[in-house]
Design a protein around this ligand. Structure first.
Ligand code: AMP
Ligand code: MG
Length: 357
């Protein structure tokens, strides 16, 4: 398949043609990758089981890992869900359009192919103008998981999508770098108390201000059990992993640097290409083949926006082992640590304080 690659800038009139082409492909059952404020999405007609099937095939995604349907107007929600709880209504008023996905009881018109066989459907109303323009022009709810090959870090740039999916999908719309860089928060609003299934830009604290109590699925920061029944199906899969083995090292700054340098020296003496994922404040403390900075520790939004890009860069540079610093789990830090833990397959070691040795 020849994939159409098109740049889009909504300030320019040529973009209207790109949006029209994308919408037509979606209406005809094809697949289009497009930018959102979280990561790039791989879109297909969310009401067409065959189009959803194509998404699974292009990504190599397990068929029980459901898709998120994307809408471009509040009213479009009514057709695809059975019930909107008062809490859901408040959350939607506060955070849509934006990086929040909500899980509702699904309406019959949503095919089971879109929901991985579940009776619930995940819905998001993105704020990115290009995503909204494409969904609106298509006039359909658009199923759009992250536009990466399953298991790889989510794409934050069109070039990442091209690397993973060129030749496997109909079109890639390039609208520049995704601003937030981590996938949306997912909250299940089909029960009594909203339950966070995946942390993201909209934090527990932000939602609690709007609806009072919000719970967090305990699997978010710990390794899920092998027999986990898919309540949040994505949770049982190791996502976001680069080819390199990733190990997280926690502890006091200098102790972390000493421990990483010691382990990296061992790996390098064994001929392994070794990398360190550091920050602006710490990058000069390390000795390794590849040292990349996620950004400033004082700017978690920078760390979030750079995380997947850096994981892909380590792959590109041929890293076989990557050591990473860890971050606070407060606020948006929870989303960062959730993705880092998954990238590391939950391998975390604690650096001993200098005084302990
Ligand atoms: P992605 O679009 O690749 O970022 O992944 C979508 C994620 O949304 C999946 O991995 C699921 O964990 C979650 N999800 C989608 N639909 C549902 C649903 N009906 N119930 C629970 N989680 C869902
Ligand atoms: Mg994904």
């Amino acid at each position: 398949m020849k994939t159409i690659l098109a740049k889009v800038d909504l300030r320019q009139s040529e973009s209207a043609e790109v949006i029209r082409t994308a919408a037509k492909i979606l209406q005809e059952g094809g697949l289009v990758a497009f930018p959102t404020e979280t990561v790039y999405g791989l879109g297909g007609n969310g009401l067409d089981g065959a189009a959803c099937e194509k998404i699974y095939i292009a990504k190599g995604r397990p068929s029980d890992n459901p898709l998120i349907l994307h809408i471009s107007e509040f009213e479009e929600l009514n057709a695809i869900v059975r019930e909107i709880s008062p809490a859901a209504q408040k959350l939607m008023d506060a955070f849509w359009p934006g990086p929040l996905t909500m899980v509702f009881p699904k309406a019959d018109i949503v095919p089971l192919k879109a929901t991985g066989g579940l009776d619930t459907v995940a819905v998001r109303f993105p704020s990115h103008p290009v995503a909204r323009a494409i969904i609106k022009a298509a006039g359909l709810p658009i199923a759009a998981p992250s536009a990466n090959s399953s298991g790889k870090p989510s794409p934050t740039r069109a070039s990442h999508v091209e690397f993973d999916l060129n030749g496997k999908i109909d079109m890639i719309v390039d609208g520049g770098a995704a601003e937030w860089g981590l996938e949306s928060t997912i909250v299940d609003v089909s029960g009594d108390v909203p339950m966070i299934l995946r942390p993201g830009a909209v934090t527990k604290e932000m939602m609690e201000e709007v609806v009072g109590r919000v719970e967090i699925d305990p699997a978010i920061l710990t390794k899920p059990a092998a027999d986990l029944k898919p309540k949040a199906p994505g949770m049982k899969y190791t996502h976001y992993s680069p080819k390199a083995e990733v190990v997280l090292v926690k502890g006091e700054r200098q102790a972390v640097a000493d421990e990483i340098n010691r382990l990296a020296a061992l790996d390098m003496s064994n001929g392994k290409k070794t990398g360190v994922m550091a920050t602006e404040e710490t990058k000069d403390l390390y000795h390794a083949d590849i040292i990349l900075s996620l950004g400033s520790r004082d700017r978690p939004e920078q760390i979030g926006a750079n995380l997947f890009k850096l994981l892909r860069k380590f792959d590109f540079l041929g890293a076989e082992k990557v050591y990473s610093e860890v971050f606070s789990e407060e606020g948006e830090g929870m989303a960062i640590m959730n993705r880092l833990n998954k990238a590391a397959g939950y391998q975390m070691i604690e650096a001993a304080k200098a005084s302990d040795s």
